[in-house]
Design a protein around this ligand. Structure first.
Ligand code: CA
Length: 223
């Protein structure tokens, strides 16, 4: 009888140890960030802040994506104030066309604005996120009229007739293809995805994680 109990207790103990190992492996998995050998190339991409900053923050985003709107309203202003305006980091935006025709149209307009005036791009970019309705809706909100109206009301030096021609001719389609190539190269699965010096942020809404990764990137840049 005693021997049988001993066997049972041993089995329970072994089971517990196995469970503990599995759980700890799982949590280890969850704490490791995905890293790339190199950060995405920013050639031909809008870059805000010091182009020579030691830290590069790249957003893979979509004007049509509700989480991107939230990220740009909640997280981006903190990042801008604390790191980009302070010259510690620069910030780039890569179009990630995950939501169909409206993503495409808004991105085409943003690329066209950037081609005309790099400064105006950032005002336009912010205004597009602000224009995204707070509630999801069935009727498309990204239209050519809206894209032109935003340029007219929120930027000063954009040639509207040129912007309209660029949209009609889908002039910057090659830029979007380059962006989508980066999306593929960096295995981007959701928007917004944020890469800080080659490390993918696990939770783009976790400002502490972002701060930690920037701190690490600054340290590595100094060594
Ligand atoms: Ca681009």
């Amino acid at each position: 009888m005693k021997k049988k109990n001993l066997v049972i207790y041993t089995l329970i103990l072994v089971g517990l140890i196995v469970l503990l190992v599995v759980v700890s492996e799982k949590s280890k998995e969850a704490t490791v960030n995905i890293t790339f050998d190199e950060p995405p190339s920013l050639d031909g991409q809008p870059v805000l802040g010091d182009p020579n900053a030691k830290v590069s923050i790249v957003e893979f985003g979509d004007y049509k994506c509700p989480s991107c709107k939230q990220w740009n309203e909640r997280i981006f202003p903190q990042l801008k104030e604390e790191y980009i305006d302070a010259g510690l980091a620069n910030f780039a935006f890569i179009n990630t066309l995950f939501q169909g025709e409206e993503s495409y149209l808004a991105s085409l307009a943003a690329e066209a604005v950037w081609a005309q005036d790099e400064e105006a791009f950032w005002t336009y970019h912010e205004a597009l996120f602000n224009k995204q309705p707070a509630q999801q809706q069935i009727i498309p909100w990204v239209t050519k009229e809206l894209l032109l109206e935003v340029a007219q009301n929120y930027t000063s030096d954009i040639d509207l007739a040129q912007l309209e021609v660029d949209l009609d001719q889908e002039k910057y389609i090659d830029q979007l293809e380059e962006d989508m190539q980066l999306v593929q190269d960096y295995n981007i699965e959701f928007t917004p995805s944020i890469i800080i010096n080659g490390t993918l942020v696990k939770d783009p809404f976790d400002y502490d994680e972002i701060k930690g990764l920037i701190g690490k990137a600054v340290e590595e840049g100094q060594s």
